[in-house]
Write a new protein. Structure first.
Length: 169
């Protein structure tokens, strides 16, 4: 009887150890995946913010606004031929791995970015030639606002990623 009880206790300890090990491995793998995902988003957001700054998109919109207000129909040119949202597009299904409020911030940022792309397509389209200056001015003001909001949300998202210590080491 003592050997049977000892065997059961040993088996129970072994099973518990296996469960604890499996749980810890799962948590470690999830943390590794979460950090990798957060680091990838951090990098992509950093690249987007730098592109907006280096190409002076907001300043270009302001230049276009000054021209429209002065009666000239001369615009800052935006040419977008590539997708800059590879991390987002390839990982949207994993965004729930990130702690709150990061998923919401990231989705908000990229939704605004997609809206910006649509507005740029509109500015580059032929139909804009039929718009009144006031319509163009309103469109440019909205685009400037969207860019400013996207930059702010991008910076907030990066701060959150750092604050939560999610950057891969």
């Amino acid at each position: 009887m003592d050997a049977a009880v000892a065997g059961l206790i040993g088996a129970g300890i072994g099973a518990a150890g296996g469960i604890v090990t499996a749980t810890l491995n799962f948590q470690l793998q999830t943390l590794k995946e979460r950090r990798g995902l957060a680091s990838a988003f951090y990098g992509e957001i950093e690249a987007l913010l730098q592109i907006v700054e280096r190409r002076k998109y907001i300043e270009g919109i302001e230049y276009s606004l000054m021209n429209i207000q002065a009666g000239a129909r001369e615009f800052y040119s935006f040419k977008l031929t590539r997708s800059y949202f590879n991390v987002y597009e390839k990982n949207i299904d994993k965004i729930g791995l990130l702690p709150s409020p990061l998923p919401g911030k990231i989705v908000l940022l990229y939704t605004i970015a997609f809206a910006i792309l649509e507005d740029i397509d509109t500015l580059n389209g032929e139909g804009i030639n039929r718009w009144e200056n006031k319509e163009i001015e309103d469109h440019l003001n909205e685009l400037r606002s969207l860019f400013s909001e996207a930059v702010s949300i991008g910076e907030q998202t990066q701060k959150l990623i750092k604050k939560k210590r999610l950057l891969s080491r």
